[in-house]
Each structure stands twice: as structure tokens, then as C-alpha cells.
Unconditional design. Structure first.
Ligand SMILES: Nc1nc(O)c(N)c(N[C@@H]2O[C@H](COP(=O)(O)O)[C@@H](O)[C@H]2O)n1
Ligand SMILES: [Zn+2]
Length: 375
């Protein structure tokens, strides 16, 4: 392959990635995928996957290209599928359309595909290339990849704190530590997630509802409509079923309760309840995540108090922290970010700060845990 071809491949794949991002709020449990079809140096078709059950990115782009797809090069952010799922195999559609070359961002980790899509194309005499802008293609779908590769959802913990690392006054008063821009960013994090998860303490103490509020998203009308057409599932971890059915959380719409009490103690009528293992009224969080992944949950946003957020952190279940930092001191009587007692500095978990940016008057810090072995 010439250097010129490599540059062109990266150029068109960047456009396919841009298209895939249009599915940010709607595709799950499916991945976000974009596709561009190029013939004689011209884009003749573009497509992206909008939601599960609807056509994948490739048939959408093929429809846009029509007869011009014959002999063309197809750029797709994820390997074309080879299986009959809710929709027919895209690899077959590409073969039937007579495309000459297919360039993929990455292999599909779905065991039903896992290389068979590219293999099918190659067998049909189509020129193939994979791994173009792969790290960006992977970054599009952290939850889908984590679920396919590890049987767990991607867990993002959102926290909001003062400059002295406090989240609420001793009384519990916390509205609002951060400003409106940060709160809009939180709304978008909720919208992106498959599940927004919290604990009984937060729901009981703050009357939290954890809904996505259209007016606070700060998105254009079309995207807001997309977001509101598929709100995330709200999940409550409530080991002892302490939250009453008349709590605002339950009145705000469908919710799933994850508990560890015996089935006969569940709500007789009310929200769906999932029973997982637990000890002394404490839900085993890993089991809860495994159960969510089995239901096709890709991304979990944890918005909880120091106890539940601390438990996720201590058990090594967090993939990413998003921490909003406000220019305030709340003082030493205020509540800490995480309940995580540590004695020695040597035991302090190491995080890698991957991004830091201003959001209105506040700052948003993104950090990922560094595995102990690599510290
Ligand atoms: N290459 C590709 N493009 C898309 O637009 C896609 N949505 C996928 N998804 C893959 O197919 C599986 C879902 O299939 P159904 O929607 O049920 O037919 C998904 O798990 C991916 O492996 N791939
Ligand atoms: Zn497909």
C-alpha cells in the first residue's frame, strides 16, 4: 500500500468515526458505527447506525450510494457483521453490492463475528484492510467492547467536589456545588449511558430521581429528541429494600431495583427487582454488573454517595472517574468524596489523569485507575 493510500484511508476513516458519533446516545446495546463509501475520490454514500433493530451503518451507506457502490471502497469503523442478528449480515450486503475494497477501524469483538466478517469479504475477492485509526474506533465504544471482551459493562463514576475534596456539607446539603455548565455536562453523561445507577442512601437522603432533563442537556433540538427517545434505565442498588415505593425516584419513571433479599420480600407490585448475591444486606456489586451486562447493558454511570461510590472504587470495578471540581472550600466537617479509609501512602490507589478541561466556572477531571502491577 502506498503512503498516499494510507493517508486517504485515515482521512475517510476519520469521517466514518464522525458519523458513528451521531449514535452516541441511541445505539446501545449495539455499538456506535459509521460508514463512508468512496468511488473515484468522491464520497458517494454515508451512513451510521442509529438504534438497535434498525439497519446497521453499512446498509444505510449502501442505500445512499446506490449503484455507485459497485467498485467502490467502503470505510467502516467496525468490522462488518457476518451473522443474522436482528438484521441480516452486512458482509453479504457489501458482497452483493459489488464493492472492491473494505477498510475497517477494528475487528468486531462480538463472538458471533470476531473476524468472520472480514473473512467473508476476502473469500468473495474483496480487498480488505483492518486497524485504521483503531484506537479512535475503540474509544467510540468502551461499553460495547468491555461487555463483549469481559462480560461486564464499562463503569464510569461521576463525582462533584469542592477544591478541598468535599461533596456535601455535614447536613447533606449539596445543591449546588457546581454551576449550570457542569450540571448540563452531567445530564449528557446520563444520556450517553445505558444505565444510571445509584444507591438507597442517595435516593432516601436527596430525593434523587436521576432522570435526563431535556431542558438541561444543552443540545440542539434534533439531538435532544434523539436522547429523549431512549432515556437510560435508572437502577437502584438497595440491598435491604429500604426505599419506599412512593419515593420520587420510582415516581419518575421505569426503574430496576437490584437487591439481595429473598424474592418473597420483594415489592409485590412495583418496579422490576433483580436479586443477586449479597452479604448482610450489601449487594455484591460485581454480580450486579454481571447481571446488567447479561441484559445487554454497555455503559453504567454511577452517581452515588461516598459509601456506594467508595465500594465500587475499592472493589476495582471502576473504569473511569469523571470528577467535577468547583472553586469552593466546604471545610473539614463536610463529607468526603469516597468512603475509603487508607492508612499508608503506599496503599493509595494510583490514577492517571487523562483529561482536564474547564466547564463553565468549574473543571472536569477524567481519571482512570492504574493497575497496581504497573505502578
Ligand atoms: N459493522 C457493524 N455495523 C453496525 O452498524 C452495527 N450495528 C454492528 N453491530 C454488530 O452486530 C451486532 C448486532 O446485530 P443486530 O443489530 O442484532 O443485527 C452487534 O453486537 C455488533 O456485533 N456492526
Ligand atoms: Zn451489520
Amino acid at each position: 500500500m502506498t503512503a498516499e493510500q494510507a493517508v486517504l484511508d485515515a482521512h475517510y476513516m476519520a469521517r466514518a468515526l464522525e458519523l458513528a458519533r451521531k449514535g452516541l446516545y441511541t445505539t446501545h446495546p449495539n455499538p456506535r458505527v459509521g460508514c463512508v463509501i468512496v468511488r473515484d475520490g468522491q464520497i458517494v454514500g454515508e451512513g451510521w447506525h442509529e438504534r438497535t433493530g434498525e439497519p446497521h451503518a453499512e446498509p444505510n451507506a449502501l442505500r445512499a450510494a446506490g449503484e455507485k457502490a459497485r467498485g467502490a471502497t467502503v470505510y467502516v469503523t467496525l468490522e462488518p457483521c457476518s451473522h443474522h442478528g436482528r438484521t441480516p449480515p452486512c458482509a453479504d450486503a457489501l458482497v452483493s453490492a459489488g464493492v472492491a475494497r473494505v477498510v475497517a477501524g477494528m475487528q468486531d469483538p462480538n463472538p458471533e463475528v470476531a473476524g468472520r466478517g472480514m473473512q467473508r469479504l476476502a473469500q468473495a475477492g474483496i480487498d480488505i484492510r483492518s486497524g485504521v485509526l483503531e484506537s479512535q474506533a475503540r474509544a467510540l465504544n468502551p461499553g460495547f467492547l468491555k461487555r463483549m471482551e469481559h462480560g461486564l459493562p464499562f463503569v464510569r463514576v461521576k463525582l462533584a467536589m469542592s477544591l478541598d475534596g468535599r461533596t456535601a456539607m455535614a447536613s447533606g446539603e449539596s445543591q449546588w456545588i457546581t454551576g449550570p455548565a457542569a450540571r448540563a455536562a452531567v445530564q449528557r453523561l446520563r444520556a450517553e449511558a445505558s444505565v444510571v445507577l445509584t444507591g438507597a442512601d442517595t435516593v432516601l437522603a436527596d430525593g434523587a430521581r436521576l432522570t435526563v432533563r431535556a431542558a438541561e442537556l444543552g443540545l440542539d433540538e434534533e439531538t435532544t429528541a434523539l436522547v429523549m427517545s431512549r432515556p437510560p434505565l435508572r437502577v437502584l442498588i438497595d440491598g435491604r429494600l429500604r426505599v419506599p415505593l412512593n419515593a420520587p425516584f420510582f415516581k419518575a419513571g421505569p426503574a430496576l431495583v437490584i437487591t439481595c433479599v429473598t424474592p418473597e420480600n420483594q415489592f409485590p407490585r412495583g418496579p422490576e427487582c433483580l436479586v443477586v448475591p449479597g452479604v448482610e444486606g450489601q449487594v455484591d456489586l460485581r454480580s450486579a454488573l454481571v447481571a446488567l451486562a447479561a441484559r445487554g447493558v454497555n455503559d453504567v454511570l454511577v452517581e452515588a454517595g461516598p459509601s456506594l461510590a467508595g465500594a465500587f472504587a475499592q472493589q476495582g470495578l471502576v473504569d473511569e472517574y469523571v470528577i467535577f471540581v468547583a472553586g469552593k472550600f466546604l471545610g473539614s466537617a463536610a463529607r468526603p468524596l469516597l468512603d475509603w479509609p487508607l492508612e499508608k501512602l503506599a496503599d493509595a490507589p494510583q490514577l492517571k489523569i487523562t483529561d482536564m478541561r474547564a466547564v463553565g466556572d468549574d473543571w472536569r477531571v477524567t481519571a482512570i485507575p492504574v493497575p497496581a502491577a504497573s505502578v
